[in-house]
Write a protein of this length. Structure first.
Ligand code: FMN
Length: 260
């Protein structure tokens, strides 16, 4: 039974699951500048990605993909190819078009409230053909990867930050989605937090289904240590980060699985 303080906290937190009733005067309405569509690190090394997925898809049967989807935590020894990784990045955050002149919006392979898309995708890579292990960032507007650097004792550090879940730390690829809340708050103020959390579910579901299509398996990761995960990714979590604040919101392990 939850103690009194926990109960109060639960009641407060439930409010985020509801649609707020009061009107909002968002920064967009106040005509404040729109935040950038994406982050760029100008990484040490840029890896171009393909959008030609014809040879990557192994199963195109939609109903069978839906039925086959489960959380898969055991992977075989095979490395992913860059084509396969490219497909997974495209299907989770790929940009199909950019609209607007001063105020821009991206339309992607996943929906997002108000087309705000408040996420960045980072990868812990262990086993992808032609890519050295380490931390990478997906540049959605260019459909490119940027290499951010190696992580000392990667498996140990990732495991520690992600709840001791070794299958995630040792998976060929660990997807990590960060949220930059202000991208959605700029438009939706205090309605934004619920929207962003709903949005990220779409991203991960596309990952699950896309993995099934290319004989990979995925497992969502919601259990992680927030301060350790944010530190590992180098995020500034101080209150002064304000509109630039960014933190880990969700993750998923990906690897190759044996066929039927
Ligand atoms: C939001 C969320 C967080 C999750 N976190 C974890 C996790 O940290 N570790 C894990 O092994 N599975 C995690 N899962 C996977 C669930 O355990 C799994 O979806 C559930 O047991 C149902 O099984 P299925 O996905 O095979 O249908 C998570 C799933 C979701 C949707």
């Amino acid at each position: 039974m939850a103690d009194e303080n926990t109960k109060i906290k639960i009641m407060e937190l439930r409010e985020i699951m509801k649609a707020p009733t009061e009107d909002i005067l968002s920064d967009q309405v106040k005509d404040l500048p729109q935040p950038p569509l994406e982050k760029s690190f100008k990484g040490k090394k840029i890896i171009p990605l393909t959008k030609n997925f014809e040879d990557v898809i192994k199963n195109n049967d939609f109903l069978s993909l839906i039925n086959a989807r489960t959380s898969k935590r055991k992977y075989n020894e095979e490395a992913l190819t860059q084509y396969e990784l490219s497909f997974l990045l495209w299907s989770t955050q790929g940009i199909k078009s950019i609209v607007g002149k001063e105020r821009k919006a991206t339309f992607r392979t996943v929906p997002s409230a108000g087309a705000r898309h408040p996420f960045e995708t980072y990868l812990f890579i262990n086993k992808v053909i032609g890519l050295q292990p380490g931390l990478y960032h997906y540049m959605a507007t260019e459909h490119q990867l940027e290499y951010l650097g190696s992580i000392e004792n990667q498996a140990e550090q990732v495991s520690e930050a992600f709840g001791g879940q070794n299958f995630f730390a040792n998976a060929p690829v660990g997807f990590v989605w960060s949220v930059i809340p202000y991208r959605t708050e700029w438009r939706y103020s205090n309605h934004a937090q619920k929207y962003a959390l709903v949005d990220v579910g779409h991203v991960c579901e596309n990952l699950y289904l896309s993995c099934e299509a290319i004989q990979c398996g995925a497992c969502a990761i919601g259990a992680y240590n927030q301060p350790l995960a944010d530190k590992l990714l180098g995020f500034d979590t101080s209150p002064s980060a304000d509109k630039e604040a960014e933190f880990v919101v969700y993750a998923a392990a990906v690897g190759k699985v044996d066929g039927n």
